[in-house]
Design a protein around this ligand. Structure first.
Ligand code: FAD
Length: 432
């Protein structure tokens, strides 16, 4: 393939397809390269897709996209061995088309559909093609080398949307190998279950979905979370911790998933289901301080390749799409100026830092490091919360004021008053 493109996008995940779609819509000649058999065939996500950022790319996408359920309830569980403290929000307004907030999706179907929208807009998609490296001439990225025969392809700009490992970003020296505390290893399973059972167990109607984020015993007290999301007639269940926690606590990812599936609080919700798929993937969780250089001469990094994930709010796909759109808008402007230098493409960096993406990552810049360094939040406070709630709700004739005093006393006895004050202040500082 010797023809030259305006833009080559490497990777047809949410970031790559968003970028390819926006560039193609403005008339640029776009090549989208995907290593999988089809877009989404290798991609993994817990499954929550956000309306806002998707709608900015394809208005009213829910009328044709392969979605599972609009989410109307978000639950948070602080789980101990045989109990759970839960809170959350359920709102019927989220079941209304005007107010859809987010949806559950299965990535293999969704990514395929999303990439097809880029193709409809004029992008050329080639699957089963691995980009081996960027071609660099005189300090500028001018194209990519693929594993096809005659595999060199040229373009004014190459967009790296190749996901969390971004070997291509590494090749260009934009980042080093990520440290074990900068990435989480997550394993998940899709479990088929009849929709009537899902509706009964989660108290839902057909077109209503529920998400549960689970902390504490789900990761055996380590930094990380588990999740359980409802699809139409299947459930997505998964669990992950930072690689460093996994190594330190000698956890085996699949053992952790088995432990979760057999937990007395979880088992009744998935019982009788048939395992349809097992998946494992890394999530970039280094946050603000791990975001690498995102623009160079003839090249930009978007989505997971640029570490754009807000782990606290499990937002990644939306950041991928928004960064893809911002990169595309920058490339379109650069095309008008016919200037694809680093300083021209740095407009993308400015847009990114001015957006919710970097503002949110900056807000939580210390969170992951704090919670990893001080594991008591997961392995001590979660059990303490459960004990406290059990005591509080047990009617045993003790006056409520005495009960409150007892609870406070047992918490401060376990950690010490000063330590509790320090822990609270530290947690507040990490998420304020
Ligand atoms: P990816 O989706 O990883 O896409 C990268 C693409 O590039 C892939 O298609 C890959 O095959 C292709 N590729 C890679 N290298 C090459 C190459 N050399 N040549 C050609 N093609 C290549 N986010 C949410 O918003 N909500 C959630 O509920 C959520 N849950 C998650 C649960 C799990 C278990 C995981 C792992 C992630 C979750 N995320 C979630 C994060 C979200 O999945 C990512 O942030 C998002 O997929 C990033 O999109 P991307 O396009 O940047 O990368």
């Amino acid at each position: 393939m010797s023809e030259k493109f305006d833009v080559i996008v490497v990777g047809a995940g949410p970031a790559g397809s968003a970028c390819a779609l926006t560039c193609a819509q403005s008339g640029l000649k776009v090549l989208l390269i995907e290593r999988g058999e089809y877009p989404g065939s290798k991609n993994v996500m817990g499954g929550v897709l956000y309306r806002k950022q998707m709608e900015e790319l394809i208005p009213e996408f829910w009328k044709e996209a392969p979605l599972e359920r609009p989410v109307i309830e978000q639950r948070f569980w602080m789980m101990d061995k045989e109990s759970v403290v839960s809170f959350g929000y359920k709102g019927l307004e989220w079941a209304e088309e005007n107010n859809y907030n987010n949806f559950t999706v299965l990535r293999a179907q969704f990514d395929q559909w999303f990439a097809s929208k880029a193709v409809q807009a004029g992008a050329l998609l080639i699957n089963e093609t691995v980009v081996l490296e960027c071609i660099v001439e005189n300090g500028k990225v001018v194209g990519v080398r693929t594993d096809r025969p005659d595999g060199d392809i040229y373009a004014d700009v190459v967009v790296l949307a190749d996901g969390v490992n971004s070997l291509l970003g590494k090749q260009l020296g934009f980042h080093k190998e990520f440290r074990p505390d900068e990435v989480a290893l997550t394993v998940m399973e899709v479990i088929n279950l009849p929709k009537e059972k899902i509706n009964d167990r989660f108290n839902l109607s057909d077109n209503q979905g529920c998400t549960i984020e689970i902390f504490g015993d789900s990761t055996k007290g380590n930094l990380g979370t588990a999740f359980l999301y409802t699809n139409k007639d299947s459930l997505n269940i998964g669990v992950g911790t930072t690689l460093s926690s996994m190594i330190k606590a000698k956890l085996k990812p699949y053992d952790l998933l088995d432990y979760l599936k057999n937990h007395p609080m979880v088992k009744p919700l998935i019982e009788g289901g048939e395992s349809a798929e097992y998946l494992a993937h890394l999530i970039p969780e280094g946050g603000y301080r791990s975001v690498p250089k995102v623009a160079g001469n003839g090249v930009v990094l978007i989505g997971d390749a640029a570490q754009l994930v807000n782990a606290i709010h499990r937002e990644g796909s939306n950041m991928a799409m928004s960064s893809g759109k911002m990169a595309a808008e920058t490339i379109i402007e650069a095309k008008h100026r016919n200037d694809f230098s680093e300083s021209s493409l740095n407009l993308y960096r400015e847009k990114l830092y001015d957006s919710f993406i970097m503002k949110d990552l900056e807000k939580y810049k210390d969170a992951a490091h704090t919670f990893e360094k001080y594991p008591q939040y997961f392995n001590e406070y979660v059990p303490m919360m459960n004990k406290a709630m059990s005591k509080f709700f047990t009617v045993d004739g003790t006056p409520k004021r005495d009960k409150q005093k007892e609870i406070m006393k047992s918490i401060t006895k376990e950690r010490g008053v000063i330590n509790v004050a320090k822990d609270m202040y530290r947690a507040w500082k990490a998420v304020k």
